[in-house]
Design a protein around this ligand. Structure first.
Ligand SMILES: CC(C)(COP(=O)(O)OP(=O)(O)OC[C@H]1O[C@@H](n2cnc3c(N)ncnc32)[C@H](O)[C@@H]1OP(=O)(O)O)[C@@H](O)C(=O)NCCC(=O)NCCS
Length: 151
């Protein structure tokens, strides 16, 4: 597994990993624009092919995971855990005290991952996700205290 801090040149690989992980993928331009944003950084895992991507923003003492996804063929090998651990370290180094994320309440793999990393449930956003014909789903807001986390 090769994990690296992503640069704009990695936008095609980031978009490829994202498209494998999500039904509604972000394109290359989305990743280029994101990386231009204040306090935004990203990590990519790629061997032969792009396997996983994470984007995080750390501004004014608070950080947020904007996306994290792993291609189906690369799952359950610690890719997301490695991406999240890198983001936790980078967010803390950027001066953030808390790291937040939102996750679909029904996304058991992701919720399990975040709880294993020390994130705690801190709120609920009703009807946050649009599931098209399947209606709307609630988002859990989760928080990791970076001043207490050992990661
Ligand atoms: C959620 C996701 C990022 C996990 O990626 P991954 O690389 O497979 O996760 P890891 O191998 O690093 O797993 C780390 C831990 O997370 C938990 N976990 C991951 N996938 C799980 C699953 N399918 N079921 C239960 N627990 C799971 C386990 O605790 C796991 O540790 P273990 O393998 O030692 O049991 C991946 O399934 C994915 O991309 N899903 C689609 C996109 C998505 O939902 N992203 C998150 C949006 S908020």
């Amino acid at each position: 597994m090769r994990l690296s801090l992503a640069t704009p040149a990695d936008a095609p690989a980031m978009a490829s990993a994202h498209a494998q992980a999500f039904d509604r993928p972000w394109d290359e331009m989305d990743f280029e624009d994101l990386l231009d944003g204040e306090g935004v950084f990203a990590f990519l895992v790629a061997d032969e092919d792009p396997a996983g991507v994470l984007v995080c923003r750390a501004v004014a003492g608070e950080a947020e995971i904007l996306t994290v996804g792993v291609a189906p063929w690369a799952r359950r090998r610690g890719v997301a855990r490695a991406l999240m651990t890198a983001a936790i370290g980078a967010a803390r180094a950027a001066g953030a005290a808390d790291l937040f994320l939102e996750v679909d309440v029904d996304n058991a793999p992701a919720v399990t991952l975040y709880e294993a990393l020390g994130f705690r449930r801190s709120g609920l956003r009703k009807g946050y996700y649009d599931r098209g014909p399947n209606g709307r789903a609630d988002a859990l807001v989760m928080r990791l205290d970076l001043t207490a986390s050992a990661l």
